[in-house]
Design a protein. Structure first.
Ligand code: PRX
Length: 651
């Protein structure tokens, strides 16, 4: 099936923004012929500027690129105020709670609530332009209000996914030197309340830069209030004025930070700036989802990840669309929940992760047919490769073989989609991200920039800067340069390397082959092997550790840890093993969160290392997969260790 090509639905194509491959190639050509003109024209058309920009792209300080210099804007106005003339009563956000609660928030209401929130932050807590505000929130509308309130004030938000532990939250607060934390008492999940505020309390123990904590009371469970530090949003918001002047921001003023994992070291604070980010967020919403004025669009991500930033909040609102925010999980109360919501809200575009598709397929193969989901026009996937069986089910059962599936490839660092089908134009190859979007120059190359021959795997690079690209690693310029511009050069110039491998076929289709570094992708979430290893090393029994990804039926990859202990476990081995595995996973939960729990932890007498001490993870990856070791192991310090590890893993 993977070689079959699926043509766009001709009826859909008739009214699509990009209607054919001819349209697509015309845009690609336009960008190639006049790169700055291409971007400058879109920036003029799509952004409501307070002051026009004077330069499209400044490359003089490469790889610190700047876009639209001289321009002034405010992203919250781009997302709200400018829609008030003609869409004031249009629904901006549809909220559905885990328990079925519903709220429809119009653009006017959104304006009212964001202004009040901004005034609360400004007048009561002294938040001002450039301050960092950490948001640790469930999927409730107040999370979006908080983001937009920060944007209105020019404060830089840093959202920490609600599944991260107190330690992980503390590290991110410290690194960003956040002054305020916005959180909730908790929320609901699978019909039960869960808590967030106690995690914040633990994270703020000891010395912290945080002065104030704003608590949205969602589940109204009992929480501890620290006097002089913690304040109830619910009690204070009514008293705030609903008019808050939006800060005038430069194009390159930071909009937000979002921490993400790399293959080495602690998570990096990926910095996105104002104009370039919002431009591409809006343009990709229009091109890739082709959302029409009367459409209802739903992305199931969490605002704690980049997908939630760009494709639940900023992109949809910048284009004036109706976006759904869902607090719950797709399988509660049953595997028909999403399809029930699609029927109820007449969802037109549905965007989710392959992990969710695999779970929904497995748990409720026939569920879609129980609902009227005929409103669907575009289906999206993101975050990891989608396997052909999941793709087929999504296409046939969810999309009734008439919806385009846009397999969107991008990253936290790219801000928005890089490679994706266009629903009205691209003949789709299943499980393939297809072509780079117009204006995005994606190449598959060697480290010296030489293009890889057709069908050969190489480094996936974006070889020209683009507006929504990462601007810096917060507080660490050197790390920014080294992490993204340290591996590949083209014509002697460092170019952005995604960390992914890819292959191009004879028709130009780009297939992502997966990470070329030690990043593990668990359920579409990026986990750095170094981060998990650092957590495991906190156990005083652990001598050495190496973690790798292992293919997993539902999660895409699971985490597999090889551990050597300071003292070998004794004869009551099995029980010792079980207790030790439990202990190690408890540490991971504490240090990172449940998302990093290892499915496999094996205790080995040593790790395969080169004579210079480098751990050969490739070998460990093969062993975890149950593959035969074909690589040369003679250069290892102790080649016999490979057989010993294999025997333990396969026992
Ligand atoms: O390996 C790629 C994979 O997810 C990584 C980016 O992860 P993150 O920054 O957390 O952002 C996820 C949401 C954009 C990439 O380096 N990835 C993302 N999309 C795809 C993908 N792998 C294959 N196919 C995709 N469509």
């Amino acid at each position: 099936m993977s070689e079959q090509i699926f043509q766009p639905n001709p009826k859909f194509a008739e009214t699509a923004r990009i209607k054919s491959m001819d349209d697509y190639y015309a845009l690609v050509k336009k960008a190639e012929e006049n790169y700055e003109g291409f971007w400058g024209d879109y920036a003029k058309e799509k952004i409501t500027w307070k002051e026009p920009f004077t330069k499209v792209l400044n490359e003089s300080n490469a790889p610190f690129y700047s876009w639209f210099e001289g321009g002034k804007l405010n992203v919250s106005e781009q997302c709200i105020d400018r829609h008030l003339d003609d869409k004031k009563n249009k629904v901006a956000i549809i909220f559905e709670g885990d328990n079925g609660d519903k709220e429809m928030i119009t653009y006017l209401e959104l304006h009212y609530r964001v202004n009040k929130f901004a005034n609360l932050l400004k007048n009561e807590f002294g938040v001002k332009k450039g301050d960092r505000v950490v948001i640790y929130m469930p999927m409730i509308p107040e999370a979006a209000f908080a983001m937009l309130a920060c944007a209105r004030l020019g404060a830089i938000h840093s959202i920490v996914f609600g599944g991260f532990s107190a330690e992980a939250l503390r590290d991110r607060i410290q690194d960003a030197q956040a002054k305020v934390v916005i959180t909730a008492d908790g929320a609901y999940r699978k019909g039960k309340p869960y808590m967030l505020k106690p995690v914040v309390d633990t994270a703020l123990e000891g010395e912290t830069p945080v002065e104030k904590v704003v608590v949205v009371q969602r589940n109204k469970e009992d929480i501890t209030w620290v006097s002089g530090r913690d304040y109830s949003y619910n009690e204070m918001i009514d008293a705030q004025s609903s008019k808050c002047e939006a800060e005038v921001m430069d194009s390159e003023d930071p909009l937000f930070l979002l921490y993400t994992s790399g293959s080495t070291g602690a998570p990096k604070g990926v910095q996105h700036n104002s104009a370039g980010y919002i431009l591409w967020a809006q343009m990709t919403m229009e091109w890739v989802f082709d959302v029409k004025p009367n459409d209802t669009y739903w992305c199931t991500a969490d605002v704690g990840w980049i997908t939630g930033h760009t494709y639940i909040v900023y992109g949809p609102l910048a284009m004036g669309a109706t976006t759904v925010m869902f607090e719950g999980v797709p399988t509660y109360p049953d595997a028909g929940r999403c399809w029930k919501m699609v029927e109820e809200y007449k969802i037109n575009q549905f965007y989710t992760a392959p992990t969710a598709i695999r779970v929904l397929h497995k748990m409720g193969e026939d569920e879609p047919s129980k609902y009227d989901i005929s409103s669907l026009k575009v289906l999206g996937t993101v975050g990891e490769p989608i396997d052909p069986p999941a793709w087929k089910w999504y296409y046939e059962q969810v999309g009734s073989s008439k919806c385009a599936i846009v397999d969107t490839y991008w990253q936290t660092e790219t801000g928005g989609h890089m490679i994706s089908p266009l629903p009205g134009a691209t003949p789709i190859k299943p499980a393939c991200a297809t072509f780079a979007l117009p204006g995005i120059i994606a190449e598959v190359v060697d480290v010296d920039g030489t293009p890889k021959p057709i069908g050969e795997k190489g480094h996936l690079c974006i070889t020209k800067p683009w507006p929504s690209m990462i601007r810096n690693v917060w507080g660490d310029k050197e790390r920014y340069v080294k992490s993204y511009f340290g591996d590949v050069t083209k014509e002697g110039k460092a170019v952005y390397f995604t960390g992914d491998g890819a292959m191009i076929d004879e028709k130009g289709y780009i297939t992502i082959t997966g990470r070329m570094d030690d990043v593990i992708n668990v359920s579409g979430h990026r986990m750095g092997s170094a981060e998990v290893e650092a957590a495991l090393k906190k156990d005083s029994n652990v001598a050495e550790v190496a973690v790798v990804g292992k293919p997993h039926e539902l999660k895409g990859e699971s985490i597999f840890a090889y551990v050597t202990l300071k003292t070998a476990l004794d004869e009551t081995r099995f029980e010792d093993d079980v207790a030790m595995v439990k202990e190690l996973n408890t540490i991971i939960k504490k240090e990172i969160g449940n998302i990093a729990v290892c499915d496999n932890i094996v205790f080995v007498p040593g790790l395969p290392k080169t004579r210079s001490g480098k751990i050969m993870r490739r070998i460990l990856r093969s062993i975890a997969k149950g593959e035969e070791i074909t690589q040369d192991i003679s250069t290892l310090e102790d080649p016999s260790i490979v057989k010993q590890i294999e025997a333990i893993v396969n026992a």
